[in-house]
Design a protein around this ligand. Structure first.
Ligand SMILES: NC(=O)c1ccc[n+]([C@@H]2O[C@H](COP(=O)([O-])OP(=O)(O)OC[C@H]3O[C@@H](n4cnc5c(N)ncnc54)[C@H](O)[C@@H]3O)[C@@H](O)[C@H]2O)c1
Ligand SMILES: O=C(O)C[C@H](O)C(=O)O
Length: 328
């Protein structure tokens, strides 16, 4: 049996937490041979702490063979202690009619505190995934607040957008989701994201040629994928939870266990390639192996793609400027 690893999850009593924790404890994230210790963080309010206790009681009641221990806390220094993985979910979610920028200031403060705590107490190899919105900028803030940890350890979740794009393409082409390869989503997890199927293939054939409808790409596909989060909020009255938890599982699973050469999308700090300034937390195609991600390099960027990639970049640069005062 492997030694247990420590998985910290913030916002553990929230909607996404409720869809996420049981799957981590059952081995869906890190493998059916990997014991885990769950270290769960919630806000220091009676209602949230009581709800967290209830979640922990239910985790107990599942008698998961891989659940080697549990910690519930309102202190980031306890929840992140020696953490090997940290899923930063806890944040205020967007309600109907709200844009992510409305949440920026409020949530930014959370991620300076949590970045510092990760810096102080987490494993030096901790893999951090930020889910709480605005995810890219929150990940950027956490990374900047943790100067002693490698910047590459901090990532933002674009996987839900990636999965949404796959489903739309499967439906359009009448093919199976599992058969679609080399799809990506560039930029910010927001409606400005650029879901790009120019390189995507199904059984070696080009998806772009198969669809052969640039108007559909621009007027149906891109807005559908980009605004899907808002559409779900309108329909449910709450932001996506099970699909978001599923994407978080996919992201961490692939980062830890590898993608066998398959492309997935991760928000990672830019190295300056594709004209994205260094350090910006930007969605790009990656492959994963041996616990590391590697950016897919050298893709051709045409004029339309450049425009879309710069548009989402500019939003990220504005968000970055909006939180600069918290990082000085
Ligand atoms: N990146 C994505 O693709 C994606 C997708 C869906 C939702 N989200 C975001 O995920 C976040 C969580 O969504 P949810 O539906 O679970 O919300 P929720 O309100 O149901 O749960 C959030 C939980 O976080 C807790 N929390 C708030 N601040 C905290 C802090 N400082 N430390 C620890 N816990 C804290 C709250 O008490 C609450 O229990 C939101 O920001 C939402 O917008 C991101
Ligand atoms: O848009 C939101 O706030 C919810 C979430 O980010 C989503 O994409 O479903």
């Amino acid at each position: 049996m492997k030694q247990p690893v420590r998985v910290a999850v913030t916002g553990a009593a929230g909607q996404i937490g409720y869809s996420l924790l049981f799957r981590i404890a059952s081995g869906e994230m890190l493998g059916k041979d990997q014991p885990v210790i769950l270290q769960m963080l919630e806000v220091p309010f009676e209602k949230a702490q009581a709800a967290l206790k209830g979640v922990m009681m239910e985790l107990d009641d599942c008698a998961f063979p891989l659940l080697a221990g549990m910690v519930g806390s309102d202190d980031p220094n306890v929840a992140f202690k020696d953490a090997d993985y940290a899923l930063l979910v806890g944040a205020r979610p967007r309600g109907p009619g709200m844009e992510r920028s409305d949440l920026l200031q409020e949530n930014a403060k959370i991620f300076t505190v949590q970045g510092k705590a990760l810096n102080d107490v987490a494993s030096r190899n901790v893999k951090v995934l930020v889910v709480g919105n605005p995810a890219n900028t929150n990940a950027y803030i956490a990374m900047k607040s943790a100067p002693d940890l490698p910047a590459k350890n901090f990532t933002a979740m674009l996987r839900l957008d990636h999965n949404r794009a796959l489903s739309q393409l499967a439906s359009k082409t009448g093919k199976a989701v599992a058969d679609i390869e080399t799809m990506t989503v560039w930029g910010n997890h927001s409606p400005t994201m650029y879901a790009d199927y120019r390189f995507a293939t199904i059984a070696g054939a080009s998806v772009k040629d198969m669809i052969n409808d640039e108007d559909w790409n621009r007027t149906v596909f891109l807005p559908t994928v980009g605004k899907r989060g808002g559409a779900i909020i309108e329909a449910r009255g709450l932001s996506s939870a099970a699909s978001a938890a599923n994407a978080a599982i996919d992201h961490m699973h692939d980062w830890a266990l590898g993608t066998n050469g398959k492309w997935v999308t991760m928000g990672i700090p830019s190295d300056g390639s594709y004209g994205i300034p260094e350090g910006v937390m930007y969605g790009v195609p990656v492959t994963c192996a041996n616990g590391e991600y590697t950016r897919v390099e050298g893709l051709e960027i045409d004029a339309f793609s450049r425009e879309r990639m710069d548009f989402t970049l500019n939003e990220l640069l504005e968000e970055r400027d909006g939180v600069a005062h918290l990082l000085s």
